[in-house]
Design a protein around this ligand. Sequence first.
Ligand code: C2E
Ligand code: CA
Ligand code: CA
Ligand code: CA
Length: 276
Amino acid sequence: AKVAGKNCFRFYSRAMNQAVERRVHLEQELRGAWDRGELSLVYQPVFRLVDGAMIGAEALLRWRHPELGFVAPSVFIDVAEQSGLIEVLGPQVLHAACADAVRWQQERDDEHPLFVAVNVSPRQLRSGDLPEVISASLRETGLDAKLLHLELTETAVIGDELHASALLSELRGMGIRVWLDDFGTGFSGLSHLRRVPVDGVKIDRSFVADVLRDPDDLALTTAIIAMAHSLGIMVVAEGVEKEGQYAILRERGCDFAQGYWLGHPVTAEEFLALRV
Ligand code: C2E
Ligand code: CA
Ligand code: CA
Ligand code: CA
């Protein structure tokens, strides 16, 4: 038994070492990925439910490594966040997304300009220079602040609500819209919305996935919409994969939606070609 235990330990520690080594390797590779052109942004369209109009897009980062292939954002964003690399990548993403959004406005002659929504990680929020980073991107690209939306996760604002509130007020004062992402998955819940100044919430796709078969998820989604509206803020549903989900969200008064049924993430050029 002793020997088996030892082998067992050795086995686990080797597996753990491999996991650590993989992360270290990913971090090293990620460090130069932007400059080597391996990182790019794709855009997923966002629609308004009352009339089905496309109103903007969420920017999502993609990493295609020559040997590793596509690395999932959930994996490399986490590596970037843990290693601090996000403080370099974040501003590059912001700048690129603003630049793409400016091109959309120039190339579409549309009276309703499209917004771009950029994900901002907890570490970026805490970094202290976010307002400067953002105003630099806006200034350098010429994007109207009103067309820049930021998506922050619930967990990023929990804990340090005073700091978060002050920062979000400053950003909103610049004209930027702020959304609380993955809403409903944290423990903060709706009471949080009274203290953190946001323009809206994005209902997490785990709720949307089940609105047609799980009465609890439908009740919760309906409650989030009602509560958000009573507080004067808007609601996006993410992960809409079926027409039935779209229909029921619309019926319950949800403001906006995105998901594979409505449109997959596409390159900036493909996004421009969408005439919806
Ligand atoms: P998120 O912000 O919740 O982004 C939505 C995710 O859902 C995206 O995954 C998107 O491709 C996926 N999605 C969209 N529609 C559907 C659908 O109908 N069904 C399903 N099952 N999924 C759908 P993705 O691109 O893999 O990104 C994962 C996460 O990585 C994002 O979650 C976000 O937290 C993070 N992320 C991506 N790009 C960035 C970035 O530029 N900066 C930061 N800080 N985080 C990013
Ligand atoms: Ca998001
Ligand atoms: Ca989300
Ligand atoms: Ca459920």
